[in-house]
Design a protein around this ligand. Structure first.
Ligand code: C5P
Length: 402
């Protein structure tokens, strides 16, 4: 649900084929209540006309530095002064490079450099352009500079190739903008999240692990950051880029995750255990590669510590949230697990398709009963979970001195 009140947003459009999506984005933002001023680069006008954007926004569209329709003749400063946000969608690879270098050779780049308000960009480009080290360096620099990068998405591209670089769908861009404006439910709160699988070595080249993409844990991290929390992400081995604002601790084994989680839980307010932790480690693991010629080895398994259970059973635990992936009798198993581990909240799903998928269907179990979230993207599920956590979380009462 896009709710933007009467937020005044400057929508910048740069020259990529995804510029056609900007018309729909403008509509989405307007439906949420926002007032939109459009600024386009010269190349953007090759893909979609200013007349279209003017008709939709009901306002003149600006494309050049020397436009005397702005009363004081300074559109490069004036147009952003009353705006709560600039969103550049689509943002080309070239435009992002310009932002990184503070280049200001047209109206939109100058507005971005002269702005006082926050800036968001929604990249859109061919997958090769996106993957190039130069673009990746630029994206990470933009994030370091406090610019919010929305997407991109993976999938079919206008050039006929398939891969990363598509602009997020307009509804998703609008959703992210709306979430960003929402009051911060967890500001001042320290959240610790575990994510991904653990890997338990058998020998230097082999190991035991669980199936887990880490997508859900990384989405929870992102949602907690959006809610204003300080987030520590303790991640097992996954092929995902963590959100730049999270403090990341990378671990491999369950026992390393246990150590890191216990250290971080000291003084943390909320602990969310999304990781698929291996229940056993190989007690007789070797430092040399096991040779096939030696016959079939016998693995001696030993039980790993239960991380979330150990933290939830502390004398003054943080608010603990567990996850449970069940293959049958979801409700019974999830609720039994919640009680056994003494968790105020547990999020459960059926395993069928959820592990590598981009969407999920969680049911939340708490003292009040169960709450079905309905199928949606993992990020959307994570946002709903974080809203539920914020509702249940009570800061500990500080001791009153006599
Ligand atoms: O018992 P089960 O593994 O199904 O419980 C899942 C929940 O417990 C998840 O939140 C998982 O992160 C957590 N867990 C843990 N340490 C373990 C095993 C599971 O924190 N050793």
């Amino acid at each position: 649900m896009v709710e933007l009140g009467d937020k005044r947003i400057l929508l910048g459009i740069t020259g990529g084929i995804a510029a056609y999506k900007s018309a729909e984005l403008l509509r989405e933002l307007q439906r949420g209540g926002a007032d939109i001023q459009v600024v386009m680069t010269e190349s953007a006008c090759q893909f979609i006309t200013p007349v279209t954007m003017q008709a939709l926004s009901g306002k003149p569209v600006y494309t050049g530095m020397w436009d005397n329709r702005v009363p004081n003749g300074m559109p490069h400063i004036e147009l952003s002064r009353d705006r709560a946000l600039i969103v550049v969608a689509p943002a080309t690879a070239d435009f992002m490079a310009k932002l990184v270098h503070g280049s200001a050779d047209d109206l939109l780049s100058t507005l971005c450099l002269a702005r006082e308000c926050p800036l968001m960009v929604a990249p859109a480009m061919n997958r090769q352009m996106w993957e190039k080290p130069a673009t990746q360096r630029n994206v990470s620099q933009l994030r370091k500079d406090g610019i919010v990068v929305l997407g991109p998405d993976a999938g079919d591209q206008a050039c006929g190739e398939v891969g990363m670089g598509r602009m997020l769908e307009p509804a998703d861009v609008a959703g992210e903008i709306s979430a960003w404006f929402r009051p911060k439910l967890l500001s001042g709160i320290h959240v610790v999240v575990t994510a991904g699988p653990t890997f338990e070595p058998i020998d230097p080249v082999r190991g035991l692990t669980n199936r887990s993409s880490g997508k859900m844990g990384y989405a929870v991290t992102r949602a907690a950051l959006e809610a204003g929390a300080r987030v520590t992400l303790i991640s097992g081995p996954v092929a995902l880029e963590p959100p730049a604002a999270a403090q990341v601790i990378r671990v491999e084994t369950a026992r390393q995750m246990f150590e890191a989680a216990n250290a971080q839980a000291n003084g943390a307010d909320i602990f969310i255990a999304v990781a698929a932790v291996a229940d056993y480690y190989v007690a007789n693991n070797g430092t040399q590669k096991i040779k096939k010629e030696g016959g079939v080895p016998t693995l001696e398994l030993a039980l790993n510590p239960d991380i979330v259970e150990s933290i939830a059973n502390r004398p003054n635990p943080p608010f603990c949230v567990g996850f449970a992936a069940e293959s049958e009798q979801l409700e019974e198993h999830a609720e039994a697990k919640r009680r056994r581990k003494k968790l105020p909240l547990l999020a459960a799903n059926l395993v069928q398709s959820a592990i590598e998928a981009d969407d999920n269907e969680l049911i939340l179990f708490d003292d009040e009963g169960s709450h079905r979230l309905g199928r949606s993207s993992k990020l959307d599920q994570a946002r709903q979970l974080i809203r539920h956590v914020a509702k249940l979380y009570r800061p500990p009462k500080t001791a009153v001195r006599a």
